[in-house]
Structure formats: structure tokens, C-alpha cells
Design a protein around this ligand. Structure first.
Ligand code: GLN
Length: 194
């Protein structure tokens, strides 16, 4: 299985480390032709406005939109924003997932936090029971999820932080910044399934 990680800006290197731990072949994606032989794609955290502008410059906005018609894509944090249909701001988006997000919804950098989350689909796919340690850094909230998409996880106060729409996955937090590979393992099951 070969998984690409969009490598324009943000923490793409950390995703590559996690994928390698799981034995997947990896590739850094900087141009449309880098998508050619991939089975799936991860869009990392970073700054969604910057990544979006670079995607436009390198012709990747259209190319990834097309890739997403037939392949699994996972966006973490800024990546989740880029997958959304609406981020309530004027910025380039892939608009592949029928979700609305609110950027920086938890406040500024100093308001970054960590939480233990129970994500049932991940527990089931990895046959484990421990909660998932999630890192939130100037994270978005997934404000709304259409009927085509499902909520995978919400905080205790109900705010949605992970959603899935078929082969598309969005998380507000950063599984690539922990030692826990279970979310990446779950994504690989989606890559295989679709
Ligand atoms: N605040 C960033 C944005 O709105 C996302 C932060 C992150 O990816 N950790 O794009």
C-alpha cells in the first residue's frame, strides 16, 4: 500500500514516520503527478490558508479533488479544514466533505490542549480498548456534519472533533504527534476498503 502525504507546509514528516511504523510505503506529494500511483492521501496539520494557496499555485486543488473521488483521504486539523465544504472564510478548500468547520475554535496557541477520547471505530478496527490521547493545537471544531457524513467522536460538551464520509476522514486533532499509531491503522483500513 502506498500512501502520500501532502508536503507543502505543516507536519507532514510526522505522518510519514507513523505510516512507516505500520509498514506502509510513503511518498511526499508536492505536485499533481505525485498522486499517480497512490492508494490514499493524508493532508497534515499546519496553516490551512497557506496550504490552500500553495495547492492552488501547484495545481493540486483540482488534482486532489479528483483523487478524492476514488481514493481515501484523511485530513488532520488544517487538513480537516481543507477537506470541508465551508470554513466560513474566503480561502481555497477542497470541498470534498459535507462538513462545516470553525477555525481556531478553541482559541489561540496558548489554549491548545490534550484530551483522552473514546473513538469506537478506531478501537474496533485495532481491537484495543484504551482511549486515544488527542492533541489539539489551534484546532477547528467540526460544527456540522451532513446526513452523508457521520460523527466519529465528540468532546464531553458535544463539540465534534472527528467525522467520516465514506472514504474521507477528518480529525480536529493530531494523531501523528503521539506515539499511538491506531488512527493511522484505521485510515489504512479505509484505504483498503474503498
Ligand atoms: N489553526 C490552523 C488553521 O486554521 C490549524 C492548526 C493546525 O493544523 N494545528 O489552519
Amino acid at each position: 500500500m502506498k500512501i502520500g502525504v501532502l508536503a507543502l507546509q505543516g507536519d507532514f514528516a510526522e505522518h510519514i514516520v507513523m505510516l512507516k511504523k505500520l509498514g506502509a510505503e510513503t511518498a511526499e506529494v508536492r505536485l499533481p503527478e505525485h498522486l499517480n500511483d497512490l492508494d490514499g492521501l493524508i493532508i497534515p496539520g499546519g496553516e490551512s490558508t497557506t496550504i490552500g494557496k500553495l495547492m492552488v499555485i501547484y495545481g493540486l486543488l483540482e488534482a486532489i479533488r479528483e483523487f478524492g473521488q476514488g481514493h481515501a483521504i484523511w485530513g488532520t486539523c488544517a487538513g480537516a479544514i481543507l477537506l470541508s465544504k465551508d470554513a466560513r472564510r474566503d480561502q481555497p478548500l477542497l470541498e470534498l466533505m459535507d462538513i462545516t468547520v470553525e477555525r481556531n475554535a478553541f482559541g489561540r496557541q496558548v489554549d491548545s490542549f490534550e484530551a483522552a477520547l473514546d473513538v469506537e471505530v478506531v478501537k474496533k478496527a485495532t481491537k484495543t480498548d484504551a482511549p486515544f490521547h488527542a492533541v489539539f493545537i489551534r484546532a477547528p471544531i467540526i460544527e456540522s456534519v451532513s446526513a452523508d457524513a457521520e460523527v466519529l467522536c465528540a468532546l464531553d460538551d458535544g463539540r465534534i472533533v472527528a467525522a467520516q464520509q465514506g472514504k474521507l476522514l477528518a480529525t480536529s486533532f493530531h494523531p501523528e504527534l503521539t506515539g499511538d499509531t491506531r488512527f493511522h491503522e484505521y485510515f489504512l483500513t479505509l484505504v483498503e476498503k474503498f
